[in-house]
Design a protein around this ligand. Structure first.
Ligand SMILES: C[S@@+](CC[C@H](N)C(=O)[O-])C[C@H]1O[C@@H](n2cnc3c(N)ncnc32)[C@H](O)[C@@H]1O
Length: 238
């Protein structure tokens, strides 16, 4: 006779995700609301510098646009949280923190994993000061290190420093788009096989050279564009 086993009771997580903790949810709500004013802030920046900025003056652009949030969307944030929970990375590197909306999602996932650390980068001193206060308010300051200055220099310097874990298993690229490929190339000596590299805004013209790079099989990645807001390229280091 075949015995019929009784289904076991599904386990229920003992606590909701840190994203739903009011200490994180409230700053996220406030930051997303503030980012709604980005168009007006952009117009003010343009009025101050009508000639615009070239690709070579990243710091000047970061300072001139320091009032502009340019965040990932809420859906993209949940995607990042989900991926970090699944991958359980030891070291998450973020290129382009701004006011820390994406960083809060990455850090919440690291907190819930109980392992890992987020190293993020930003050139605007005003944004760094504001984000530090936000991470403190969110109770996530201990899982985030902010590197001030140009990520092209600060990331390799940090990873090569004595005592810093140099293996990288999760990357978010969301700084100036023309720097995605150089930043990734600077990270490559530290990427472990299976590392996930996420690049935001795949629909932008300025991201196309990066896409050509990660989609060329000779460069050692496999991936796909995930259709969230302006598109996120998810690439796996082979
Ligand atoms: C699109 S915003 C980042 C948005 C952020 N990921 C979020 O979701 O809130 C891009 C940010 O990257 C910063 N940035 C651009 N180039 C950089 C560089 N070379 N090094 C460090 N930060 C940079 C800019 O100052 C800007 O705040």
């Amino acid at each position: 006779m075949t015995s019929i086993s009784t289904p076991s009771t599904p386990s229920i997580p003992s606590a909701p995700s840190t994203l739903r903790d009011p200490r994180v949810a409230e700053p996220l709500r406030r930051l997303f609301a503030a980012a709604q004013q980005d168009d007006a802030a952009y117009q003010r920046a343009l009025a101050r510098s009508p000639e615009g900025f070239t690709d070579t003056d990243a710091q000047q652009r970061a300072d001139a646009w320091s009032e502009i949030y340019m965040p990932i969307s809420a859906d993209a944030g949940r995607l990042l949280y989900t991926l970090v929970r699944a991958v359980k990375p030891r070291t998450v590197i973020e290129f382009g923190m701004s006011y820390g909306i994406s960083t809060l999602h990455l850090a919440a996932a690291v907190r819930d994993n109980g392992v890992g650390h987020v190293v993020t980068t930003e050139m605007s001193a005003a944004k760094i000061e504001a984000a530090r206060a936000t991470f403190e308010e969110a109770g996530l300051r201990d899982v985030v290190t902010i590197l001030q200055g140009d990520a092209l220099q600060s990331i390799p310097k940090h990873l090569d420093a004595d005592g810093a874990g140099s293996d990288v298993d999760f990357v978010l690229l969301d700084g100036w788009k023309d720097l995605y490929t150089p930043v990734l190339r600077a990270l490559e000596p530290h990427l472990v096989p299976g590392a996930l590299v996420i690049a935001d805004d795949t629909s932008f013209d300025s991201v196309q050279p990066y896409l050509a790079y990660v989609r060329d099989p000779a460069n050692g990645y496999e991936g796909v564009t995930f259709p969230v807001e302006d598109g996120m390229e998810i690439s796996c280091r082979l």
